[in-house]
Each structure stands twice: as C-alpha cells, then as structure tokens.
Ligand binder design. Sequence first.
Ligand code: PHE
Ligand code: ZN
Length: 874
Amino acid sequence: MADIRTLPDAETAPEAPPAPVHATIRREDYRPPDWLVPEIALDFALDADVTRVRSRLTVERNGAHDRPLRLDGDELTPLNVLANGQDVAWRMEGPQLVVDIEGDRADLETEVEINPAQNTKLMGLYASGGMLCTQCEAEGFRRITFFPDRPDVLSRYRVRMDADEQRFPILLTNGNELASGKGEHGRHWAEWEDPFPKPSYLFALVAGDLKPNRDTFTTMSGRKVDLAIWVREADLPKTGHAMASLKAAMAWDEKVYGREYDLDQFNIVAVSDFNMGAMENKGLNVFNSRYILADPEIATDADFDAIAAVVAHEYFHNWSGNRVTCRDWFQLSLKEGFTVFRDQSFSADMGSAAVKRIEDVRVLRMAQFPEDSGPLAHPVRPDSYIEISNFYTATVYNKGAELIRMFHTVLGPEKFRAGTDLYFDRHDGEAATCDDFVKALEDASGVDLSAFKIWYSQAGTPQVDARIDYDADTGTALLKLGQRVAPTPGQPSKAPMPIPLRTALLGEASGAEIASEQLILLDRPEQTVRFEGLDEAPLLSINRGFSAPVVVRAKRKGDELERLAQSDADPFARYEAMQELAFEALLAGARGEAVDAEPLIRAAGNTLRSNELDPAFKAEAILLPTEAVIAERMDVVDPDAIHSSREHLRHALGSALMDDLAKAQAADAGSGADLSPLAKGTRRLRSVSLGLIAGADQARAAGLAKAQFDVADNMTDRQGALSVLVSLDAPEREAALTAFYERFHEDALVLDKWFALQAAAQRTDTLDQVLTLAAHREFTIANPNRLRALAGTFGVNHWAFNGADGRGYAFLADMIVAADKLNPQVAARLVPPFGRWRRFEPKRSALMRSQLERIMNTPGLSRDVFEQVSKSLA
Ligand code: PHE
Ligand code: ZN
C-alpha cells in the first residue's frame, strides 16, 4: 500500500537541485500536455474540518513519448494512489505527484484530505459563513485533488457529494443533477454530471444552508432553463435585480451574438468571502455577495449597475471562456478582454451608451493607464509571470476589451459578428489562443488584421500628438499626427501601432461639422491627413468615442476646447474637451503657475444649464479628474501641490456656479426605488454638485449634505451625502457617520461602505482615522471585502496615502505583510500604489521605496507579493 510513509527511495535518491523559489513561467515554453484526462469522477465526503476527496481520472497519453504522468497538487498529501485498481509506484516531486504509467491509458485513483475551515487563501475548497464553496481559477483545483491543473486539459466531470444534511442541505456542482438520496448518520448525497468537457479551473462545488430565488428562461430555440440564485434566507429579497439582470443578459446574448444557453439549469451562489468579483464556473457561477445583493435601501445606483454588469459578464463567459476556453494563462485576455467588451456593450444597450462609454474610459484611465506607465506594465498577452493571479489586471481585462472594441470599430458590426460566429463555431470545445480569435475575425471578414496584433504584445499607452494647420486661402487643412510609446519593463524600444481615430472637423465660427467623421488609421510614426474645401477655420474633434486607448495631446487654439465642449456632436468628445479644460487649470495650479479657471467655469455653467443634456452626462462632465490621474500627467509628483490645485479649482467652480449647483442638488429624483436612467442621473448630479458646493462653502455643504442624508430613501443619496461630509470639519459629519453605523452595521456590505467612505476622506487626519478603524472590532483582514474597503481604498486616496511623513506607506505595508500570511492573492493586490515611487519627489520616493524593501525582506513572503514587490523595486 503506497502512502506517505513509503515514499519510494526518499532516503537514497540523490537530492534534486532545489527549484528556484519563485520560478518565472514563460509563454514561449508552452508545450501541449503529456497526458489528457477525458473523464474524471470525484467523490466528496464533505465536512468543514476534514473533507475527503477521492478522484478517479481516466488518463490518456498525448502523443508518442515516455514521460510519466505528473499531477499538480498544492498543500496535498496523497493517502492512496492506485492505477487500474492496483497499487502503483509514485513519488512527489515538489508539490507534484508523479506516476509512471505503463501503456497509453489508465484509471488513476487518488485520495486526499483537505481542511476547508483552515483555507484562508480562499482558493480551492473553503468555508465561508457556514457554507462550503470552491474557487479554482486559476490554479485552485490542485488544492482539491491531484490533477493536470492547466486550462488545455478538458474533462467530462461526474461528481458525488456527501454531507451532513442539517448543516449542508443544499449540494450543488456543475451541470445537471442525476440522482440524490439519504445516507446514514443524518447525511445525504447528490450525484451530478456536466456533459460539457471543461478545464479544471471551471469546476465548482457549493454545500450549505441556502435558499433559492427561482425563475425560468426560455431560450430562442424554445428550451426551458431553470434559473436559481442561492443565498442565505434573509437575503432572498435582495436578489431580484440580479435575476432580472441575468434574464436580460441571456436574451441579449441571443440577440447580439446568437449565443444560447446550453444546460437545463443555471445556478448562481452568493458568498461573503471571495477574492474577486465573481466566477464563471460552468452552470454554477459563484459570486462575491456584493455583486448579487441589492435593494435601494442598501445599494447605490452604481452598485445596481455593477451587479447587472458582473452578472452579465459571468453569464457571457459561458461562451467566451467556457465553450471556448484558453489554451494557457497567457491567453487570459482571450476570454476576459472579449467578455469585458461584451458586458460593456450590454450595459451600453441597457442604459445610456454615451455615459457608459465615459465611465468605462474613466476606469481605464484610473486603473489601466497607471499600470501601463509603471513597473508592473505588461502586454495584454503577457510573455511571462511568476504568479498568474497577479495578471488579472486592468491591462488584461480593460485594455484587452479596448482591443476587441478596435476590431469592432475597424470591421463594423456585421463583419465583427461574422467573425465571432466563426470563432465560436470553429473552436467550440477547444482551448484557443488570441491568435485563433484574430484569425477567425480575419477569415470571416476578409480583412487583414495582422498589424493590430501588436496590441497584444506591446505594453504601454501610445501617445498621439496632433496639430492642425489651416490655410484659409486654399480652404485646406493639414492634420499632422505623430505617435510614440514610452519604454516599459523588458521592452526598451517600441514599434509604431495601428491607431484607429474617429475624427471630424467642426467650424470655428459655426460650430457645425465641416468635415464629417472619418476613421483615420494612424499606423506610422508620423502621418499627415489632408482636408479640402473648408470654408472656415477648423476645430479638431479627434478620437471620438475614445476609438483607440491612447493619450491624445492636441495643440489647441485659444478657445478651441471651450467651443468643442459646447458644440461637439460626439458626447464623448464633448466630455473630453471639458476634461482637458480642467487639466489645463489643474496642471497650471500644481506647477504653481497662474490659473485661468474662467473657460472651465463657462463650459461647466453651460453644461449645467443645458436643456438638451441629460443629468448623468452633466454629472460626468463637471466631475474633475482625480488627484491620481492629475499625478499621471506630472513629471515629478508633489501630492500636496496637486491637492491644493484641485481644491482651488473646486473652490472657484463652486463659488462661480453656486446657484446652478444648488439647483441641481435640490432636484427631485422621485422615489429611491426608481432606477430609470433619468432618476439615477438626477441623483448622481445631485451628489456631484454637492461635492463642488463643498469646495466653496463648507458650512452650506454640510447643512445640505446632512439634509440629503436625513431624508434619503435610498443608498445613493445617503452615500453621496456622506462621501462629501466625511471630508468636512462639521458637526454633521460625526452625526451622519454614527447614524449610518447604527442603522446598517449588521449588514456586512453596507458596513464595508462605512469603512471605505472614511478611508477615502480628504482630510489631514485620514490616516489616524484609518488606524482607529483598523482596530475596530468589526475590522478583519480575513475578509477580502473588508480589507479592500479599508486598506484598498486608503491606498488609492492619493493625498492621504502619500502624506509627507510616510506613515501612510508604513500602514499599507503593515497591512500587506499581515494579509500575506492569510491570503497572498488579496495582499498582492494592495501593492500597486507603491509602484509609483519613482515618480514622486525625492523624500516620498525614498520613503515608499524603503517600505517596499521592508516588505521584500519579510521572511516567508508569498510568490504573489514577491512578484509585485520585486517588480516594483526593479
Ligand atoms: N474569471 C473571473 C471573471 O473575470 C475572475 C476571477 C479570476 C475570479 C480568478 C476568481 C479568481 O469573471
Ligand atoms: Zn471574466
């Protein structure tokens, strides 16, 4: 009997050289798997403390070779290993179980015991709020059983679960239930089968005392699907929006992509301890509860929108990710970039497309641009990684989505759809690559897209310089374009990229479009585009709709931006002109130069008073760039100078536009339960206006905010009021925070907001408050949502985190070190704010660096944090 005590030759075998502690995995090293596993049968005897997992793999030699079977494991000890029912020699090589198999096919059985209650990494099988659940992407399945845990090994799963019926009355896994029954000693069991072969990262299992919100959806070919959202009984009333979103997403994917759901059941489970947003496991999506639970009392309009987007995203993965999966993790954007593009398009269709585009670009600029210009920059399809969990990034997701959007722009909707049809058809049931995706688009459209592939491989945000020269005598204008990409780690010199720029010219005098919109493809370092027959001087409306994910620096005439902000027919370009006006003032202020706020004040006033613009657009347009985004534009970052420049501008805007802002703040959005775009936009504009009022008159703002808070019948107004109050020195602040706490502290998701609001406060004592909150009895680093609410929010509070004394840095470093011992994945996600250290003035730069070094020198650092910190220091 082979077990842990009879490790073959453990004493005599020559010691293998120690594998490097944190090895780098490279895309170019990809090799097809040595062994395939067409079938797997899993048998779980579930228990919070000791779960026994038996697995039987049908393994098949892949090609002619004599290499042994290698199964990944992570913190697993084999209790029993059998091949074809017989004892077999096996060995551990590091975490891998290695078995020499005779012949080309075998049944390989293993048995292990795992401890869900002690699984603080929340990868594999873990306990959360009395239930048991799994998270396997990217490499969590190897914490459940020995397996070739890589996405190009696809298997048919059959799963038996056995558990105490009282504690775990509901047993769920992928696919369809075949049978269930009662066992001895109060236990029960269920057996399921998933007919679709899938990689191990899509495996899921849930056991718990859950109640369903049930509904049905009839697919376009007339099949009825049973839908269920599983939550704790008390949360059932908060699942309506998620269910409505799911049904809308199912209908949308049929209409827009021709994709139909393929199983008889679709289950969603909400859990309160989750490393990410949600997970697309086949037929059994597991969600962070914050992306399921909502009613207007506890969730903001933004929360409602995020729920719809994430529910749709995970559902869309059923095709873009599950039916067609990824060959290796370097291809992650194949499923994520495409699926983000799909969920963005869905949300745009459900509400205001223009506002959705502005929000998506704001996220890209806040989260992805800094990534692309810092030490953690990587291509959409990375070339190497140490820990794949670190590559679930804004680059892979959001820049990846921009890449797909460019394909859509260049091909047009019909050819794009023909391309995705071909892609799904050609690769159904396969593990594909980014190249396969582009090939399908090319083959279906007849358009050569090869030049665009550089967007997959070259990191960094291109900068496009634009200037227009007009000759009134000939009515000719020359648009001179140039592009360059700054070096990024491992890529010192860059090649030109194809940049699709939707461009139009407006008349300087008339404001009318004098050259209608065209798609300019900038694909050389420098290019000139000629416009003829112009009878007035042109204004340049470029990168409309943000058609390319680039930074545009256009040489502008005196009042050009103001004119564009007023008359550009493209809402994004109009928004962009407002942002640029704000930047001009903000950057001048931060450099200590004279600030002319008048153009922005006039443009913002016109925007607020416009009868054509909807309130959601107005809110976006008058929102000033964040301090972190301003910092991105400075060569040497001085956070105090940026902060005071922004405060001055808020003051100038607030005082000049007080009447308009007060009117917008007082607007009636009707009932808090009204989630129409108009009601949501009105609420948004109300809180954005409140923020600007506070810039000019703290006492007035405090009074208005407290009143808004007190009468609110919805979380949007409440949180909007509080987010302004937290930064004020007014008695209303404490009163509102206390009232909020008393009323909501039993609701974990709302309590997260209470922590996050205070961590986001713009005040000199924010760090002290955060330190007090870190000692609050309801703070815990073990729950990812709570940790992110406090430490994650603080890390992106530019002014507070970058306090001159460096205590903010020390706090975040302490949090990273402490969290790393429990949950490396979540700890590593707190590191990026430190990556800016080279950009700061020397004192802060040194302080940040020394905290990075302190983390680096912590014994027993995880691979996750090691990678982020070492790359940040490099
Ligand atoms: N694949 C998930 C999504 O984007 C994200 C995720 C990654 C969740 C890793 C958990 C772990 O939908
Ligand atoms: Zn995804």
